[in-house]
Design a protein around this ligand. Structure first.
Ligand SMILES: [Zn+2]
Length: 502
């Protein structure tokens, strides 16, 4: 495998969540509808009907383009992609061929720019059902005509992990822009990968294409479909690279083909030998006039841009001093990122009024917030399979809990109990602390009493500690925590033991 380069390009389709379908007034949300009830003469392709392009879908495609540093075609048009399949009522799909709305951009993955060739708009097909044991198939056209945005990358990805991460980051962008649910399990986002392996030093990039050097014969690329999860993106590509490598090793000739990912067998299976674009006989759709995109339109769409995950990721590190790993997790969901920021901004306001708004305190508060979100709150969310937008805790209450931990009002185990209560029923952490009697003992003389009693109670352990057995201190602190019913500050206890034993 060392003598080969892996070359991967991605095609990602995403259903846009516009109100109506791409070319007709039908509701774009067929969720739970009976088959073939969300249809009209236009999306069923009755003779004499005319499509009208959905303006919102076009604007959102341009919006994604702007978010991904792309150029916008000032003149764009729709074309007919001709092929016959029963889920396609017209006998052709309205798509875009040579003038997509958007071209030539990039998405940054781990500091590397992955080039995007184009983003275009088309219509989705219907769905076929094959009832088990029956000699017929059924077709449901509810999905026919749903706006489908297709993004194509250059073949510049060289490993399965990067391909997977690209898909994840692209999903984040669509969700931040609030234009698609982009749920892969529901088919709202579909990733396809073109995979080939080429001998090292025998090929080069030319105008974004793979070209052979000298008389080298390029190996054909294989298109992978039926990929329904991020995990499957990685697994399918890894499998395919191994399969192609083994085939070449055994002297087999690879063919350009489409293969489907079989989740149960964890392998790719041949579906068909691939068509070339000439087979589709593309031509401009005479029913839809070409579209002029004016500067004014683009300026207007620019106002809908929001801060994107990659920008937030960088800012969380520079502004809050969070680690790259924490920042990556916290920006992965727009609601989570907003919750984090609202919490931290409450805390910064709080230290400002307290007068200790130095950078050290601010950074520590941000770090505490991040830790308590990622390691503590996430535990509850994972157990119940909820996301941050479903919870009863407000950023204000979460900030107060962090402030209580920061100020030593509660110790870590008490804070976990309070958080669980906040998570279950909501409410103010200060009130919960009082109601449950979890306030940390602030009174040092009371703690001293406890420590002295324990020193009398465990003379043997005290002698061991004096003799240099440091680990015994943990035992004594544990006894102190038990004696204080968990309300003592373990650090203070530890210091007191050391001081008094001396
Ligand atoms: Zn319709």
């Amino acid at each position: 495998m060392d003598k080969f380069d892996v070359i991967i390009g991605l095609e990602i389709h995403a259903e846009l969540k516009t109100k109506s379908k791409m070319f007709c007034p039908c509701d774009n949300d067929s969720h739970g509808a009976e088959p073939n009830t969300n249809v009209c003469p236009i999306c069923l392709a009755h003779p004499g009907t005319l499509p009208v392009a959905n303006k919102q879908a076009i604007e959102w495609t341009i919006l994604v383009g702007l978010a991904l540093n792309c150029k916008i075609n000032k003149l764009s048009k729709f074309d007919r992609k001709n092929y016959f399949y029963p889920d396609l009522p017209k006998g052709y799909q309205i798509s875009q061929f040579d003038l997509p709305f958007v071209y030539d951009g990039y998405l940054e993955v781990d500091g590397e720019k992955i080039d995007i060739t184009r983003i275009h708009l088309e219509e989705d097909t219907g769905k076929l059902n094959h009832p088990a044991g029956k000699a017929y198939s059924l077709v449901d056209y509810n999905r026919a005509g749903t706006p489908l945005m297709e993004m194509v990358t250059e073949p510049v990805i060289h490993d399965a992990q990067t391909a997977k991460k690209f898909c994840q980051l692209y999903q984040q962008v669509l969700r931040y822009l609030d234009i698609s649910n982009a749920d892969m399990e529901k088919g709202e986002m579909r990733c396809e990968a073109n995979v080939s392996i080429q001998e090292k030093g025998k090929w080069k990039y030319e105008d974004g294409l793979i070209k052979p050097i000298g008389d080298y014969q390029l190996n054909p690329k294989v298109e992978l479909k039926n990929i329904n999860s991020f995990r499957a993106v990685e697994k399918a590509i890894e499998y395919e690279v191994r399969r192609q490598f083994r085939a070449l090793e055994e002297g087999e000739k690879l063919v350009q083909e489409t293969r489907g990912w079989n989740e149960d067998k964890e392998q790719t299976i041949r579906q068909r030998v691939k068509e070339t674009s000439a087979d589709y006989r593309y031509f401009p759709d005479p029913d839809l006039p070409p579209i002029n995109i004016t500067d004014e339109m683009i300026d207007n769409i620019k106002t809908q841009l929001v801060e994107l995950p990659i920008q937030k990721y960088k800012r969380f590190q520079s502004e809050y001093n969070l680690s790259p790993n924490d920042a990556e997790i916290l920006v992965s969901d727009r609601n989570l990122a907003e919750f984090t920021e609202n919490t931290i901004s409450e805390l910064h306001a709080w230290v400002q009024t307290n007068g200790d708004d130095d950078d050290k305190s601010k950074n520590r508060l941000a770090k505490l917030t991040s830790n308590w979100l990622i390691s503590e709150l996430f535990k509850h969310l994972k157990t119940d399979n909820l996301s941050i937008k479903d919870i009863k805790i407000t950023p204000g209450n979460f900030a107060e809990l962090i402030a209580m931990i920061f100020g030593g009002k509660v110790n870590s185990s008490a804070a976990q109990i309070i958080l669980e209560e906040m998570y279950r029923v909501g409410g103010d952490p200060g009130d919960i602390m009082k109601a449950l009697g979890l306030e940390q003992i602030q009174d040092d003389s009371h703690m001293e009493e406890i420590v002295k009693e324990l020193i009398n109670k465990f003379p043997e352990q005290v002698e061991q500690y004096k003799a240099g057995k440091e680990a015994v201190l943990q035992f004594l602190v544990g006894q102190g925590m038990a004696a204080s019913k968990g309300k003592a500050n373990p650090q203070v206890l530890s210091e007191l033991f050391k001081k008094i034993i001396k």
